[in-house]
Design a protein around this ligand. Sequence first.
Ligand code: GDP
Length: 139
Amino acid sequence: MATNRTFTMIKPDAVGNGHMGSILNDIISAGFKIKAMKYIQLSQAQAEGFYAIHRERPFFKDLVSFMISGPIVAAILEKDNAVEDFRKLIGATDPSKAEEGTIRRKYAKSIDANAVHGSDSDENAEIEGNYFFSQFERF
Ligand code: GDP
């Protein structure tokens, strides 16, 4: 069953380049409601745990060291058809292939430093939201 929630992170490149406010504005303007949000710097163990599914991929080490290189914003978002609509809003993983007007096209520089994360399924949205937020930290 489709749920109406997704999970996002504004990644260290976008925070470091001063795009945090613009990206949050794009997300809210697109109709997403923020149900939980925190501004944190991940530890190595937290980043490895989050991306455990990619452990065998050649870019895993680079991905983890990038994700702990500076603060991030983690948030649970709500909207009808949240997972699919959010993936459309952020665009393709590789920003050079992302459509004009998408968040990655506007704010990302490369496939590794690609500004934002968006869950790829309802199931993962639930798992990822639970990874960052307890039941007392969300609306
Ligand atoms: P997403 O769902 O669009 O975020 O893409 P994936 O689930 O395939 O990959 C997770 C994250 O790993 C991406 O958002 C990138 O930050 C990173 N990533 C994916 N492919 C590469 C790659 O070829 N090299 C590096 N360094 N990072 C990658």
